[in-house]
Write a protein that binds this ligand. Structure first.
Ligand code: WTA
Length: 575
């Protein structure tokens, strides 16, 4: 239980926001009314990609810049009309291969314009997009493609090496976007096919409940879960883009999220384009200088990033920030982990703007609890529920708890962008809805008496490192693949920059001795076998790991010991 504390308030600045009054919107809101802003609302036959791109391409925004792309090698701009044509071609490319409604098409590349046009084209034909992080190593790619029974993957000649085709009987096509000397059977030359494909496409008109994207995300146990979303999510993508991102006609919007992460699709693709906004995508690596320069070069007005990035910018020092003109920024937002009040104070200093925290999850598909520009902000709080969303803190039986009591952060079901399935895992899906009428987020939080929500942590053990969710189980499984490792337990250890870092406790097999070289070799083993962000930054060798009688490693015990906290109930511990 937490007591009411004196909280700091940063008042809203008067301005012309799309949402002028939170209270009145909340009390009168109806999802059905938002639907009437789409042309399909009477028939129910729709296509999210059509609404995001083609509708504008056929209307007054035809020649408006939809996508600005920049990385260290490419600088390009595309209008809505151009995006419509290129994505049509990609849709035709897939149709020619016999790919159609419901088929899974994965994307595995560094950020480039082809991902964006490819994702739109895939959705246009009613197929399902599976985005992957380029950092994934072979095992991670295999798990996801195998679970989804993907039929095609769009990739580069360099990354295709990490796709184990011999273990993927369903994978018929590897679409390679760049030049290569030798083309193997089943490899499709993207450039050649795109050059030959028609600009005109028969769009698949689908039901609101038709799936369009499958995002894999980590849980605390077992393999990554495939979270499936449907076209009807566009209702929420659209209205949250309008009210939370506050996108307006002349905005230049930059979301720093990669499409491998749900933020990089919902708010890096769909919400901005459903609102007809100019969307800036920056590829390449993070660098404070380049990021600030990007804001100056493109006169970015609305900026959506993550606490880990803000913390890195903060530690780079204010001088770096002062070298670029950041005065065009009018609205800044954050997602992925709790946003420290310290970072908000820093943001006020260097941008002269509040950073608006937003809370949601891969599973919720879009914003749930947010800070609106028109609302007074309490630093450290995630804000208040979006209109149409009823959030509560409930106990393990589903009873609502009063203010300041810590409990399960829960959302009344349903809402438009709610996941519809965990791929191949109905039992996992049901778990989220085990308390009747509620979606249980797995986060613990409390609510204050004015209705602001305050995040406390994950109920389970998922690690959130630099904004990426890492399942300890995945890392442990990889660790024990190493010949020297007998057992492994992995925890997130609080870190001022990365949110959490990964710490691994391992016991060694007979015949192995702890040396710095061996620990480094094990770390690289995870890095090369899973992904860079999954590699433990700290590895500690222990004689024995705390386990339950049924053999489950007790991560909470490891964590408590690491942090010098009481270990809690040990009744299930092995001897
Ligand atoms: C955490 C990200 C605190 C939380 C869109 C959630 C946050 C998980 C916040 C989902 C926030 C996300 N404050 N914690 N504003 N936003 N989280 O699926 O634990 O990558 O359950 O989706 O990140 O992460 P995911």
């Amino acid at each position: 239980m937490t007591e009411r504390q004196l909280v700091e308030t940063i008042p809203s600045v008067k301005g012309r926001y799309n949402l002028q009054s939170y209270e009145s919107a909340y009390s009168t809101f109806r999802w059905d009314e938002i639907k009437t802003q789409f042309t399909w609302h009477q028939t129910g036959n729709c296509n999210l990609a059509y609404e995001a791109i083609d509708r504008h391409a056929q209307g007054s925004l035809k020649n408006k810049t939809a996508l600005i792309y920049e990385d260290d090698a490419r600088k390009e701009k595309y209008t809505f009309e151009q995006l419509s044509q290129i994505s049509n071609r990609f849709g035709n490319l897939l149709l020619k291969l016999g790919i159609g409604q419901g088929d899974r098409v994965f994307f595995f590349m560094p950020r480039n314009p082809e991902i964006y046009t490819g994702i739109i084209g895939t959705i246009k034909i009613g197929a399902i997009v599976g985005p992957l992080f380029e950092a994934f190593m072979e095992g991670a790619v295999l798990d996801r493609l195998a679970d989804a029974e993907a039929v095609a993957i769009v990739t580069t000649s360099a990354l295709k090496q990490r796709i184990p085709r011999d273990k993927l009987p369903h994978l018929k096509y590897v679409i390679v976007v760049d030049e290569q000397e030798q083309w193997l059977p089943g490899e499709i030359d993207y450039r050649q096919e795109m050059a030959e494909a028609s600009d005109e496409l028969d769009i698949a008109w689908v039901d609101l409940e038709h799936p369009f994207i499958l995002h894999y995300t980590s849980g605390s146990t077992g393999k990554p879960k495939g979270v499936l979303h449907v076209h009807g999510a566009m209702i929420q993508h659209y209205i949250t883009g309008k009210w939370v991102l506050d996108l307006q006609d002349d905005d230049i919007y930059w979301c720093t999220g990669d499409p491998g992460w749900v933020t990089g699709t919902t708010y890096g693709i769909f919400a901005p384009w459903l609102n007809g906004a100019t969307n800036l995508i920056r590829g390449g690596r993070f660098s404070p200088e380049r990021w600030y320069q990007t804001i100056e070069d493109y006169k970015v007005t609305v900026w959506y990033s993550a606490p880990t990035a803000f913390r890195m910018l903060m530690s780079a020092g204010d001088e770096v920030a002062r070298k670029s003109d950041l005065s065009t920024l009018r609205h800044v937002l954050s997602v992925g982990e709790p946003l420290n009040p310290e970072v908000i104070r820093w943001g006020m200093k260097v941008f002269g703007k509040r950073i608006h925290d937003t809370w949601w999850m891969t599973e919720t598909g879009a914003h749930m609890i947010v800070n609106f520009p028109c609302m007074d902000m309490r630093p450290g709080s995630m804000g208040k529920p979006f209109p149409g969303i009823q959030a509560a803190i409930v106990d393990d039986q589903g009873n609502e708890l009063p203010p300041y009591r810590l409990g399960n952060l829960a959302i009344r079901t349903p809402w438009p962008s709610m996941m519809r399935k965990i791929w191949n895992n109905p039992a996992k899906y049901e778990e989220y809805f085990r308390l009747k009428g509620w979606y249980i987020s797995g986060d613990s939080a409390y609510r204050d008496e004015d209705g602001y929500f305050w995040f406390q942590g994950r109920v389970d053990d998922v690690i959130n490192t630099s904004g990426e969710r890492v399942g300890p189980f995945d890392v442990e499984s990889k660790l024990v693949e190493h010949p020297a490792v007998a057992e492994a337990g992995v925890i997130g250890k609080p870190d001022p920059i990365r949110g959490e870092i990964i710490k691994a406790f391992i016991s060694l097999r007979e015949g192995y001795r702890e040396t710095p070289e061996l620990l480094e070799e094990i770390r690289l083993f995870v890095r090369n076998g899973l992904s860079a962000h999954s590699a433990p930054r700290e590895i500690e060798v222990v004689g024995k790991l705390p386990k339950t009688r049924s053999g489950k490693i007790m991560r909470r015990v490891l964590k408590a010991q690491e942090l010098g906290l009481p270990t809690g109930d040990l009744s299930t511990i092995e001897d």
